[in-house]
Ligand binder design. Structure first.
Ligand code: NAP
Length: 350
């Protein structure tokens, strides 16, 4: 059993911890957070050993009634692999500590690609992370774009990607980012930094991106125009994407007309926290005009990077190859949203 420590137990860290705990070949050896607030209750409920991310706050946690196993230095020493899910920028500082302790570490998309052996998306470049000491799981938007580009590139060739990213203003718990009522070009400069980020996964891809921020918390929305090297039919692209385990093609008959209904659908399906680990592509929006492909996809920013973190752990530790790891992650998380109308009903109990 591989022991995984999670340094940073917020939106991403708590989801990574639960995903690791669900796998048959790894275990959570502890989670660290900075303050003894309600987030620590999740660790207590799940029996994850709790550590103080900041060295001198052990007593603050104890005074608030939380048992702590030590500081993040102790957690690092306990771990075979560390997943850093601290706020952006802090992961970069923490990397030097992981390196000094000789513990392989994963940081998240806000950190610079220059600091790690490779940026990572399981579908696109799993092999690059095999045996690596420092890996960066790319941001939620870059993850969503990479998962889409990989099968299109393999099957049709991609001449150019043009993507407009309509980004949520904040996560539901980020009260400090609101209340807001505006639409911001963000960044105002065009093209945005998102395209170069996708180039950390696909170095030769021609891609231009523009970003907007809107007063929403549920998901991001991508409006995509992809120039292909060939001219597939709408139906062929639809079928290609539907075969990808981490892409959910939303069927017209489901009457899901926005991100609110998507999240409601996930809650109805019993998904933990209403998470949608898959890219959600509207089937109706898939349209090929000559070699130009158009579509809309929604990305759940809080959860699409979670399976990628699990696969990055396996790649670094060398405990499974790409296909096996992705299949294990998918199975044990419960990835895949088959249309219940196409699944035979269970036979009635006699
Ligand atoms: P978050 O909700 O603010 O959680 C950050 C966690 O790190 C909190 O548990 C915080 O403790 C803890 N922390 C604070 N200082 C720390 C330190 N010095 N060392 C270790 N942990 C520390 O942030 P998040 O949204 O999960 O984001 C984490 C990373 O994932 C960021 O790099 C972010 O860019 C990236 N990411 C975020 C999203 C998203 O949509 N949220 C999507 C993809 C990638 P307390 O809880 O006690 O304050």
């Amino acid at each position: 059993m591989l022991k995984v420590g999670i340094n940073g137990y917020g939106t991403i860290g708590k989801r990574v911890a639960d995903a690791v705990a669900a796998q048959p070949d790894m275990t959570v050896c502890g989670v660290a957070k900075a303050s003894p607030d309600f987030g620590a209750d999740g660790a207590v409920q799940r029996d994850y050993p709790l550590y103080s991310a900041i060295g001198d706050r052990v007593e603050t946690f104890r005074a608030a009634g939380y048992e702590v196993a030590g500081t993040s230095d102790d957690l690092i020493a306990e771990s075979d692999v560390i997943v850093d899910a601290a706020p952006g920028g802090i992961g970069a500082e923490n990397l030097t500590r992981y390196e000094a302790a000789g513990v392989p570490a994963i940081v998240q998309g806000k950190e610079s690609d220059d600091l790690v052996d490779t940026s990572f998306n399981a579908r696109a470049n799993f092999e690059d992370a095999e045996g690596a000491d420092a890996v960066r799981v790319v941001s939620c938007n870059t993850t969503g774009l990479s998962r889409l580009v990989a099968p299109l590139e393999e099957n049709y060739g991609v001449e150019k990607v043009r993507a407009t990213l309509v980004r949520r203003g904040g996560d539901p718990d980020q009260t400090g980012r609101g209340p807001i009522n505006d639409i911001l070009p963000d960044p105002i400069a065009v093209p945005s930094h998102h395209g170069p980020d996708v180039n950390t996964i696909f170095p030769d891809l021609s891609i231009d991106t523009m970003g907007l921020k809107v007063p929403a918390t549920l998901m991001h929305m991508h409006s995509l125009n992809i120039e292909l090297e060939s001219e597939p039919t709408d139906q062929a692209v639809h079928e290609l994407l539907a075969e990808e385990s981490r892409i959910f093609v939303v069927d017209e008959g489901m009457a899901i007309d926005g991100t609110g209904k998507l999240r409601e659908f996930a809650r109805d399906r019993g998904r933990p926290r209403g998470d949608l680990w898959e890219n959600c592509v509207w089937g109706e929006s898939i349209n090929v005009e000559g070699s130009e492909l158009y579509m809309f996809q929604a990305i759940h920013q809080e959860s699409d990077v979670i399976p990628e973190n699990v696969d990055a752990i396996r790649a670094m530790a060398g405990i499974a190859g790409k296909e096996e790891s992705m299949a294990l992650t998918d199975e044990h998380l419960g990835i895949g949203l088959p249309d219940p109308r196409s699944v035979p009903a269970p036979s009635p109990t006699p």
